[in-house]
Design a protein around this ligand. Structure first.
Ligand code: PLP
Length: 360
């Protein structure tokens, strides 16, 4: 069986070359007669895996030295609690921007540790448009401002970075990290669950400005304390070693592709193709304002939702997988992460055209 085009929102498609390399090395890694997941995380050869993964990520994102890079567990969701526990310090308040499902989940969890101020909400327009920064009610006393640059479920993405002055900016980049260049120095903390653009689920990558260390609440478990995890090079306990190895292979693959700038060009092309097709059709529709349409996650509906099931069944028969939209939004969603080749988008558009002609 040939590889299908997999539009899953997460865990998402991995680069085929990475899977092939992992397969080839699985039984006998580096000629050692064991797999990488069977060696001590303290062994020099595995420490090298972690160090190379970190260095490759630093190269890809041009991460300045005053930032620590951490590999932790529990996905992005564990960070919803870990962030306030580490950054609140003696402050009581945190700013959150509500642009969709994931930013809401983050703010609800943070509210267990302090006072959450929702500085702006896209609720009034049904999460189809990001409120202008001029309308945000920022609190200069906030420990940080949290936002979600790409709302994976709503298909809404910031094309700009909020300016928060002295207040550290915290970004959940789970579904957009490495999809285009960013200036890391604009952020206090960036975090990303791995299973969209990095590697296997469970792993979460954190890029944190070291000057923010020292603000952890006394209740913070050691394993969730950024400063302690950084001191131990992400190996305070046994790390998810196989996931880190795979993430490292993805970073090397990205470098071979031409890095994040090459991904930006490819991702823009892929997304624009699909949006153009949807916009010229009277059968398909995307609800998001053109100013903030996501390059990574493209939700769309059919003119008649009674056709949804047939659309999905026939797509699957054509090896176009996981196009069902999130249950909170309905309809369809195509996730076009870095590992999705342009041919996948071409094949999807061909299928959508054909379906519209037959059923529209
Ligand atoms: C997928 C996702 C999450 C949740 O990640 P987990 O690893 O399941 O905790 C959080 N935020 C965003 C933006 C996501 O896309």
């Amino acid at each position: 069986m040939s590889r299908a085009f997999n539009f899953c929102s997460g865990p998402a498609s991995m680069p085929e070359a990475v899977l092939a390399q992992a397969q080839q090395e699985l039984l006998d890694w580096q000629g050692r007669g064991v797999s990488v997941m069977e060696v001590s995380h303290r062994s020099p050869e595995f420490v090298t895996v972690v160090e190379e993964a970190e260095q490759d990520l630093r190269d890809l994102m041009a991460i300045p030295d005053e930032y620590a890079v951490l590999f932790m567990q529990g996905g992005a969701t564990a960070q919803f609690a870990t962030i306030p526990m580490n950054l609140l310090g003696s402050k009581q308040q945190m700013d959150y921007v509500d642009t969709g499902v994931w930013s809401q989940k983050a703010s609800k969890e943070a509210a267990r540790y302090g006072e959450v101020n929702i500085v702006a909400s896209a609720k009034e327009n049904n999460y189809s448009k990001i409120p202008e920064m001029a309308e945000w009610r920022l609190n200069p006393q906030a420990a940080y401002l949290h936002y979600t640059p790409n709302e994976t479920i709503n298909g809404v993405e910031f094309a700009w970075v909020p300016e928060t002055g002295e207040v550290p900016l915290v970004a959940d980049m789970s579904s957009s990290i490495l999809s285009r260049p960013i200036d890391v120095s604009q952020f206090g903390l960036i975090y990303a669950g791995a299973q969209k653009n990095i590697g296997p689920a469970g792993l979460v990558v954190i890029i944190v400005k070291k000057s923010l260390f020292g603000n952890a609440l006394p209740i913070t478990p050691s394993i969730m304390n950024y400063e302690q995890v950084a001191k131990q090079q992400s190996m305070l306990n046994t790390p998810p070693s196989f996931a880190i190895y795979l993430a490292g292979l993805v970073f090397k693959w990205l470098k071979q592709q031409g890095g994040v700038a090459a991904m930006e060009a490819l991702n823009q092309r892929k997304a624009e193709k699909l949006y153009q097709f949807i916009d010229q059709s009277s059968f398909y529709q995307n609800p998001v304002d053109v100013s903030c349409r996501s390059w990574m996650n493209i939700p769309f509906t059919l003119a008649d939702d009674k056709l949804d099931k047939q659309f999905l069944v026939e797509a699957e028969a054509n090896q176009l997988l996981n196009l069902k939209g999130h249950r909170l939004v309905g309809g369809m969603r195509a996730s076009l992460y870095n590992a999705i080749p342009e041919q996948a988008v071409d094949a999807l558009i061909e299928y959508m055209k054909d379906f519209e002609q037959r059923c529209g």
